[in-house]
Design a protein around this ligand. Structure first.
Ligand SMILES: [Zn+2]
Length: 96
């Protein structure tokens, strides 16, 4: 007599996967130095957008960032980029 397999248990173990953040994929694939530099840029971009910092001489734009990343073999959508920078991605516990 074999135990009847619970359909509920089976379904519950089949959990949906969290959407992977495109930026996380990039951060995981580059060197630690590169990942650090990217994180700094993202932080800068967030601050630039939140308040215009007068002493900030670099104006980081999404198109510039996308361009640089694409040129280096890491294409990413603007949506993916903004979601990460604004902490609305899976990295920050936000699931669409
Ligand atoms: Zn992310």
């Amino acid at each position: 007599m074999s135990a009847k397999k619970s359909k509920l248990l089976e379904d519950l173990s089949n959990q949906p996967e969290v959407a992977v953040c495109g930026v996380k994929v990039i951060l995981d694939s580059v060197t630690p130095d590169e990942a650090d530099a990217l994180r700094k840029i993202f932080e800068q971009k967030l601050q630039n957008t939140n308040n215009s910092v007068p002493w900030q001489k670099n104006k980081i734009t999404y198109s510039w960032l996308m361009d640089v990343l694409a040129k280096n073999g890491h294409p990413i959508s603007r949506q993916g980029l903004t979601n990460h920078i604004w902490k609305r991605c899976a990295c920050y516990g936000s699931v669409g």
